[in-house]
Each structure stands twice: as structure tokens, then as C-alpha cells.
Design a protein around this ligand. Sequence first.
Ligand code: CP3
Length: 335
Amino acid sequence: MIIRMLNGKKTSRTPVWFMRQAGRYMAEYRALKEKYTFLQLCSTPELAARITLLPVKKFGFDAAILFSDILLPVKAMGLDLDYQPGPRITPRITDMDGVERLRVPGPEEFGFVGCAISGIFAELPGEKDLIGFAGAPFTVAAYILEGGSGTDFPMIKNAAGSPLFFALMEKVTQAVIQYMNVQADAGIKLFQFFDTWAGLIGAGRYATDVLPYTQRAVDAAKSRGLKVIYFFKGGAGMAQAVSRLKGVDVFSVDSTLPLGEIDGITGGRYVMQGNLAPEILTMDRDLIIEKVDAILKSAEGLKGHIFNLGHGVLPATPEANVAFAVEYIKRAGEK
Ligand code: CP3
């Protein structure tokens, strides 16, 4: 339904899927986590395929998103990666030698991803889309320099503009493109770049030091014929900066501004994805209805709208609220 819409076909209603729709808020997922680590779940194709399909079968989302993580390429680059549950990446990269030691992984490093995708396509109903994804280079580089999770990412802020920064961005961009290529080879047609932390560096610096690398990743995806969704956080200033990217089909935006306002900033040229605040799904149904209605209204003048959250589903979200929200969005989004 989403790919059809991006090809300019009319749809009978607004399509809906949620970032992190397969995860800790689901009982079946938590049961699997009793037996396997997150990395085992990602790298075992049968398990990754099963988890990908869980929320689609249970809640009726219009799209599945590959169960994986934006940091898997970091492991393939030769660093140690571990989740507790936030990611930890070792050793810390502090100098050029560290960057030079990083490998650009070949497609053979991601064989399990291709297998998982084939398994998902074998079971996914024809009217549903499968979304592949990667981190955008800046966000992946931010985790590498920080050595894992952070909120402020001081390391990459300090490094920005330095030779170390550009050398790292170069390697990460190549790794991200390889990870995308494996997914395109396996038949993915719709691809999301997650650039969660791009806003941290400021719109001016993003334009000069980051955008060229993001653009290369987007160009590589477009050269494979993919439809591209770009997720970023950071409101109006960032919306203006990222709208200079060429080839993006959809902007996926956080919950800080109404979709109509972002559309005004980016020039009315894009399909928008978003942007219910994830916290709302932990609250009363009346509030869910009110906020969903407001988003659908704000999306009325857009070129197109894919309903989603402004960020991932929170682990504390009751499953019943997800079921309710998806059903309500489908009904209220009828045209
Ligand atoms: O959306 C989906 O359902 C598809 C799978 C997916 C995961 N991570 C699974 C996951 C996707 C698309 C991601 C993207 C991702 N991963 C991003 C970008 C989006 C965002 O959230 O900002 C980032 C920054 C990461 C890196 C990452 N992975 C972090 C910071 C964490 C820990 C945070 C947390 O939620 O605990 C992860 C772990 C992770 N990735 C989990 C899942 C289901 C939780 C692992 C567990 O079950 O213990």
C-alpha cells in the first residue's frame, strides 16, 4: 500500500506502521528474549523473520520492518557490539589509527539479513510492504565515537569538522551502503534511513559536514531503485537543512511540530511520515483519539501521509493500546 502510494496511486486510506513495532512491549518478544540475546535474534534468520511478522499479524500494520539494528554494520566493521539493553561498542575510537583499522564489510558479512528477508517475503501477504533500513552515516558514527548509547554524544560534537570525523564518516558511509545493498539484493523496495541524532550537530554544520555523506547513502539507495524514507529529529531548523537532500521520497518526522508546519518548511514536495508522540500510546483512549485526529487533520493538505510515531514504541506501551490505535487510525484515515 505504501509503495503503491509512492508510485502515485490513490489509496483508500492512510497507511499505518510504527517504528519499533516489534519489541519489548510485546509478550511474545519478551518470551523470546528469555532464551536468546538481542544479537542472536537479529542474526538468526528464522527468528528475525518470525519477530518481523509478529506485530503485522497481531495488529494489522500495513508494513513490516525488518527486525535488525542500525548498529549491526559496526560489528561487521570489526568492533565489539553488545546490548545491555543499550548498545556498547568497544574499543573506543580516539585516533586515526583506530579509524584505519575499521573494515568496510563485504556483502558476505550480512548473509543472515538476506536470508531473513527471503523468509519474510515468503509469508508476508501481498498487500503489505516490507521496509528495510540502515542508520544514516552520522547517527552510526555518533554511536561509534561515543562507544555506545548516549543522550548528548559529546564525542562526535567535539570531533565534528576534524580529519578524524571525515575519515570515520567515509568508512561508515561505505559500510551503510553495503548493508543497504544486501537488503536491495534480497528484494527490498522501500528503505528507511534512521538519522536520530543528526539534529545534535546543528543545521549549519549538518549542511556542510554531514549532508554530503547522507546524500551518498541516499543516492546509492536510489541507484538500486528503492523508495527512500529519511527519519530525523530536530524540528524546524533541521527540517530546512534536510530538505536539501535530493532523492528522498518521504520525510519521517518527530513529534515536535505538526506535519503541516514541516510541510511548509520543506516546500510541500514530500510525503510525510509520523508523528504521534510515543508516550500517547501509554495513555487513555480518549487522548489517543484526540491526538490521532489532530495528526490526520494536519496531514490533509500533504502530498501524502503515512501514519507513524515520532519515534519508536516505548517498552511500557500496553499491547491493547497499540491494537486500539491501529484500528482507530485505519478507520479515521479512510478517504
Ligand atoms: O522498528 C523495528 O521494529 C525494527 C527494528 C529496529 C530496532 N532498532 C530493534 C531494536 C530498528 C529499526 C532499530 C533502529 C535503531 N537502533 C535506531 C534508530 C531509531 C531510534 O530508536 O532512534 C537506533 C538509534 C538504534 C540503536 C539501538 N538499538 C539502541 C539505542 C538500542 C537500545 C535502546 C533500547 O530500546 O533499549 C537498541 C536495541 C534495540 N534495537 C532493541 C530493539 C527491539 C531492544 C533490544 C532488547 O530487546 O533488549
